[in-house]
Design a protein around this ligand. Structure first.
Ligand code: PLP
Length: 275
């Protein structure tokens, strides 16, 4: 395996050489935000949109960090790497404190990223578990505090699933690490943006494709009953792209794996971003 390259506060090194203080607020409080940015044939996909979302997360959490420093460090990681296709994980924490306290001190932010080789194709259809959305109320912030997702996704894994489909009091929100779309009566639906979901970059890309192709489409608030009527359900994320669901283990559905609309969107997505 190729040695993994990482960057810590602007210095690139092999990941095993990086040392992080246990007084880091990322370690003690998950007081940090992050991005996952894909690249294909050595070019970032929608880099500016990822930087905009990182800036939103930084502003909403009041972590002081110059987005141009993040840009330079992420670009340097890609330039130093020998991988052609993959993604960069990049996080910014509020910094390293001298005592553990909920009240933070004025300190320099702490930046850490690594590069991962990854092949974006051949995603198999997902087996999914419907799960209570037990997360906090600011899911529009891409925070590293992911305990709600982690607990529910591992419960799903124990039940033979590779994703969850979350709902809050029966209102559909999103996947554990993805946004969701579904098809009902030849119209494509997705939960509208709010503080209940992450504004996924892939969600945004797929909506652009849907609109370019003039497919019937609606954003709004939907419930579990809508899923029961759906003929197809899709998950989207930077690493998954667009992938269909083959089964929801704890819900009876009418899913048909052959969905023409899914194929149209997948083909257009691959043509636009991966060719
Ligand atoms: N929703 C959640 C909770 C996620 O963790 C992710 C990605 O990790 C997404 C949605 C999809 O976002 P993106 O398409 O920007 O990868």
């Amino acid at each position: 395996m190729m040695p993994k390259l990482a960057s810590y506060n602007g210095k690139v090194d092999l990941i095993e050489n990086i040392k992080v203080s246990p007084m880091s607020r990322a370690f003690l409080f998950s007081d940090s935000v992050y991005e996952v940015i894909s690249f294909y044939k050595n070019e970032f996909i929608d880099f500016e949109t990822h930087l905009d979302r990182l800036n939103h997360s930084l502003n909403e959490t009041k972590i002081s960090c110059l987005i141009e420093d993040c840009r330079a460090e992420i670009e340097e990681l890609l330039n130093e790497s020998k991988s052609e296709d993959g993604y960069i994980y990049y996080q910014v924490s509020r910094g390293v404190d001298s005592i553990r306290s909920h009240f933070f001190e004025e300190s320099d932010c702490e930046r850490f990223g690594f590069i991962e080789e990854f092949s974006f194709f051949n995603q198999s259809p997902l087996r999914v578990m419907l799960a209570d959305d037990i997360r906090w109320q600011r899911c529009d912030i891409k925070s590293t505090s992911l305990l709600g997702n982690v607990l529910q996704m591992n419960d799903a894994k124990r039940n033979g699933c590779n994703e969850i489909l979350m709902h809050k009091n029966c209102e559909l929100t999103e996947g554990g690490a993805s946004n969701i779309f579904f098809v009902k009566n030849k119209t494509i639906f997705t939960p509208e943006l709010s503080s209940k979901i992450l504004p996924g970059i892939t969600r945004h890309q797929v909506i652009k494709i849907i609109k370019d192709k003039k497919l019937d489409f609606e954003e709004g608030s939907y419930g579990i009953d809508d899923l029961k009527e759906a003929s197809s359900i899709w998950f989207t994320s930077t690493t998954k792209g667009i992938v269909g669901v083959e089964e929801i283990i704890n819900l009876e559905t009418k899913i048909n794996p052959e969905c023409e609309l899914l194929e149209i969107c997948k083909d257009a997505f691959v043509k636009k971003y991966f060719s």
